[in-house]
Design a protein around this ligand. Structure first.
Ligand code: TYD
Ligand code: MG
Length: 458
């Protein structure tokens, strides 16, 4: 019999009967690999022995509140939506070296010290290596934390059946394989099928599963993207391995909100939680320098104060360069255009760099005004008045538009000792003045904002 093959995009799992140079779905170049086409899902289901339940009336379905296990790591619990839901599958994705193994081992340690049985499948590293890592952050000797170095999914499932743990960690999915699928470990088929078998197992038994996945380096291993629709929760660990701070972000969560973040710091003893990120993000802020502004970005339910830095310098090339780190590039282009057109700044021939300090990525439009002000500050080499937080969305006409949740942002700024807050006039109108120490300065246009913010000494 002729073996049927199919071409899979190794990034997103798109299938095609022939090789393609570029994936029509995720636009990745040269991402297709030939794999055997094996319609075998039926076999995998029977192995797990799902308690098949027939159709019932919707009105008769009882809803139980999801049972959540506190992981003992508050930043993680928040991102999960208040703890790890029993029977849920959580994918933790991230670049190699950001700390996926570290955090998953720390969670395992925390859970097991509460007497919860955990099986940690260390598929990439030997049990000795894992032990050394655990020693590094001072893991307790526990009767509940099991570890195995195994990549064969069939055996892993046997261990799970025997040990009956409440939580299983699979680190990482890309090296796990199941003999019934022919392509090698790491291919889209293997990654997807192994993850879906683990998911069925979690649903059938109530075991919570953490799946660790590396983010794809072009064309190498199957990316976690192919898993996003299989699992319940997808967390991405951001921040490169040289940065001090790591941000855990939920990009999908069936059991909670997706805009929460958890902030960690990689230290000598594993990942430490950063309870008050604003303080950390602002701690290295230079004083007495033009081009540095502070804004408040909402990350889920938390306002985080961050520093926006701008550098504007005469371009030596025929064209001006524009770079944005942590801020949307197109949005930057728009702000530059507004500054040119509405304020008359001659930025065409200037190289412009924007950087959000601390490796945070701001998506909140309320940071617009701070970016625009820091740009003007850098261009004119005038400092922004001290101890000021700047909030507001900038419209195309140079108008300042209102932002969400000003109250908590004001409180955060006050808590951190800021003296002034520049905010949209529309937001100001709705506020009650209940004895704040912080001076609120309402603005309605970009021009007015610049006059106030850069009014200080040169
Ligand atoms: P690791 O968790 O192995 O990353 P991943 O599983 O995502 O590939 O660890 C990442 C880095 O963190 C590694 O370079 C070593 C460093 N590290 C510390 O700085 N302190 C520690 O206590 C530990 C355990 C690791
Ligand atoms: Mg690892």
């Amino acid at each position: 019999m002729k073996v049927k093959t199919v071409f899979n995009c190794q990034k997103c799992g798109y299938q095609s009967p022939k090789w393609l140079g570029r994936c029509p779905d995720c636009q990745a170049w040269n991402s297709f690999a030939e794999e055997d086409y094996s319609p075998v899902e039926v076999k995998s289901r029977s192995r797990i022995n799902l308690d098949a339940q027939g159709p019932v009336l919707l009105k008769d379905v009882e809803v139980k509140d999801a049972i959540r296990l506190k992981t003992g790591i508050a930043e993680l619990d928040r991102v999960l939506g208040g703890g790890l839901v029993q029977g849920s599958v959580v994918l933790i994705g991230g670049d190699p070296g950001v700390g996926k193994s570290t955090i998953s081992l720390q969670v395992s340690n925390q859970l097991s010290s509460q007497g919860i049985d955990v099986l940690y499948v260390s598929a990439e590293e030997s049990v000795q290596q894992t032990k050394l890592r655990a020693k590094r952050f001072g893991a307790k000797e526990s009767e509940s934390l099991y570890i195995v170095n195994q990549t064969d999914l069939g055996l892993i499932i046997e261990y799970i059946k025997k040990l009956k743990p409440q939580v299983v960690v699979v680190d990482s999915i890309q090296v796990i394989f199941d003999g019934q699928f022919s392509p090698s470990a790491g291919s889209v088929t293997q990654v997807r099928e192994c993850a879906s078998i683990l998911t069925q197992l979690a649903k059938a038994t109530g075991i919570s599963v953490f799946i660790i996945g590396h983010v794809t380096k072009e064309g190498s291993l199957a990316g976690p993207r192919v898993l996003e629709h299989i699992v319940d929760t997808v967390l991405y660990f951001e921040g490169d391995r040289f940065a001090l701070y790591r941000i855990l972000r939920a990009v999908k969560n069936r059991f909670g909100s997706t805009n929460e973040i958890g902030v960690f710091q990689m230290g000598e003893k594993g990942l430490e939680e950063v309870g008050n990120p604003s303080e950390i993000f602002l701690s290295q802020r230079p004083r007495d320098v033009s081009g540095s502004a502070v804004t408040s970005a909402m990350e889920g339910s938390r306002p985080i104060l961050v520093e926006v830095q701008a550098l504007v310098s005469r371009s030596n090339f025929g064209y001006a360069r524009r770079r944005a780190q942590g801020f949307d590039f197109n949005r930057l282009g728009l702000l530059i255009a507004v500054l040119e057109k509405r304020i008359g700044l001659a930025l065409e021939t200037e190289d412009i760099f924007i950087n959000v300090a601390g490796g945070i990525k701001i998506e909140d439009p309320s940071a617009d005004l701070a970016v625009a002000v820091s740009l003007a500050s850098a261009f004119r080499d005038r400092m922004i008045i001290a101890d000021t937080v700047i909030l507001g969305e900038v419209g195309l006409a140079g108008e300042i538009r209102s932002v969400s949740q000003v109250d908590i942002r004001i409180n955060e700024a006050q808590k951190l000792g800021f003296k002034r807050l520049i905010l949209p006039a529309n937001n100001y109108k709705g506020l009650k003045n209940n004895g704040r120490e912080l001076e609120l300065i309402p603005v309605s246009s970009l021009k007015e904002s610049l006059d106030i913010a850069l009014g200080g000494k040169k």
